[in-house]
Design a protein. Structure first.
Length: 299
């Protein structure tokens, strides 16, 4: 079968177009630093890469959750550390009030000091986070957990619900602790406040009144220490899971790079090969067309 000049021209044009396409493809790969630019380039790798992207996105969410939760728990622990110190100071004042050698003026002064410390304790229990939400109010974050009533007593609001945050696959942690866990009921706070008011007013203090206030301090200290231990456990869990998430992110990023990433050295070799091939094809095509024209003119 005889191959005509036209057929040869068409075949060479097709080859050059293919070389142009290959050259353009490798140029785009080098520009994007990716081997797979479109799903059609490698359907299997593209599907696996999409799955990895979803997993990497989820890991990023876990990391963001861990960062926010860790910061919130550290803030809460700082508040409870101050609470612990304050309760111990209140307890020391109670012991001092039990000293029979104190003068009436000294007892009044201690009572006034206790009143200030009760106000500080209420302020700590009504602490807010960076977004303005009450930390110890449970799910009712816009409601102050401790209220000072008109009769001088205190009452508790909010609830005991926990807010939870997911920091990893199958790992969910409590994001808050509640006033009920720290102080139980308002009875203990009211016992301390009543004693402080009576001492500041120069009233005599009964043994029962002293015992109730002392028990309130001891119970609160125990509860605060328990909650702080739980916070410490959650912070350690965040650190441990965070390391696992970081390792998984590195591993999946590397796997994605292996699937769709570009072997730069190989790409440069292909680029040079396509350029040389294309230049050679163009030269041959030009010479053949010049020869064909010469033969035509010679006839």
């Amino acid at each position: 079968m005889r191959i005509t000049n036209y057929q040869m021209d068409q075949q060479m044009l097709l080859n050059m177009q293919r070389n142009w396409s290959d050259l353009n493809q490798v140029n785009m790969q080098l520009s994007a630093n990716r081997r797979v630019l479109n799903p059609s380039d490698d359907p299997v790798a593209s599907i696996q890469s999409m799955k990895l992207d979803q997993q990497l996105q989820q890991l990023s969410v876990y990391q963001q959750n861990s960062k926010r939760l860790g910061g919130a728990l550290q803030t809460e622990d700082g508040i409870l550390k101050s609470t612990d110190s304050l309760i111990q100071s209140i307890h020391e004042n109670l012991v001092q009030l039990g000293d029979g050698a104190l003068s009436p003026d000294d007892k009044k002064a201690l009572g006034q000091s206790l009143q200030q410390k009760v106000d500080q304790l209420v302020s700590l229990m009504n602490s807010k986070d960076s977004s303005g939400s009450y930390i110890f109010a449970g799910s009712q974050v816009n409601t102050a957990p401790v209220v000072h009533n008109a009769d001088g007593s205190f009452s508790f609001q909010g609830d005991g619900q926990k807010r939870q945050v997911t920091i990893g696959g199958g790992m969910t942690l409590d994001a808050n602790d509640t006033l009920a866990e720290l102080m139980g009921s308002p009875d203990g706070l009211n016992a301390i406040a009543t004693l402080a008011n009576d001492a500041a007013a120069g009233k005599s203090l009964s043994q029962q009144e002293m015992d109730e206030a002392g028990k309130a301090c001891s119970d609160t200290l125990q509860s605060v220490d328990l909650v702080r231990n739980k916070i410490g456990g959650r912070l350690r869990a965040i650190e441990s899971v965070g390391k696992a998430n970081d390792a998984a992110k590195v591993s999946q990023t590397q796997l994605k790079e292996q699937l769709v990433g570009l072997d730069y050295a190989d790409a440069v070799v292909r680029l040079n090969t396509y350029q040389i091939t294309l230049q050679a094809s163009e030269q041959v095509f030009t010479k053949l067309n010049q020869l064909s024209l010469f033969n035509y003119m010679g006839h």
